[in-house]
Design a protein around this ligand. Sequence first.
Ligand code: SAH
Length: 300
Amino acid sequence: MSDEDTEMPPRPPASRTQKFTTAELINAEAPERAPARSHGTRTVITSLAGVARPRDLMEEIGAVAGAWRAKIVTLFPDAFPGTLGLSLLGKALDSGLWALDTIDLRPFGIGKHRNVDDTPAGGGAGMVLRADVVAAALNEAAVGTPADRAKWPVIYVSPRGAPFTQAMARRFAEADGMTILCGRFEGVDERVLEHYAIEEVSIGDFVLTGGEIAAQVIIDATVRLRPGVLGNAESAVEESHSNGLLEHPQYTRPAEWEGRAIPEVLMSGNHKKIAEWRREQSEALTKARRPDLWERFSGK
Ligand code: SAH
């Protein structure tokens, strides 16, 4: 048996993700925004302020119980929270409205080099993520999550997947949380997708280098639909794709810019007229730009 095939238990990752010894955790100054806390392969990214002690790590999981939680299986945990740590989503992460765990794939790798991939069966370019390695990481991600996929969707972001839509974001937002497997290279061994009945979701008809950006796209669109995340609850109701139409044009000050005035009706104060105008614009834009959406909308 080669070193490659030697089964070894996962060991803590050697990634650049910030990690703390127990002593460091106990002695930590209260940071502005608490750093990611790591527990072996698992990194809990929340920003609850306060001194980080190991007990807090446990309590934190309880503290945000009920909060929507994303679990990301990835070779690049450092990619998170990325843009999800900014603005409204970042604030919501800070206040525990949602939480993010990354599960580093690397420590589940095989042999001395913790290999996670191998050449494609049947030949061809690139490498494929191994079923056994991905399965071990998915098992770790599954700890403490409901088995019911309606309550906890488990998806693989993939260009072969069903196109991601606002309706899908709503479905994910209604769950308790979700697990997202990020691929790299040529993707993952098909057997693991079948075995775990994983749903494949695509963010568009193009090919990315890895699933991390796609996962962030899906989490962003989903978390902003959770109660309390957007400042103005209305803004998720009226926007593009929420009612099957694209949004009307928006304007703000100055009233005139480069010789262009804001459409008069918007300055009229007549709310009924404004609503009508916006509706017309919305329909005209959808018809012109997205005949596919218009057909579905008008056929309803
Ligand atoms: N060989 C694969 C593409 C692999 S791209 C194929 O032809 O289908 C590498 C990884 O990037 C994928 O495993 C997937 O996780 C991610 N990825 C690439 N494009 C994507 C897309 N449009 N939507 C979601 N994830 C994508």
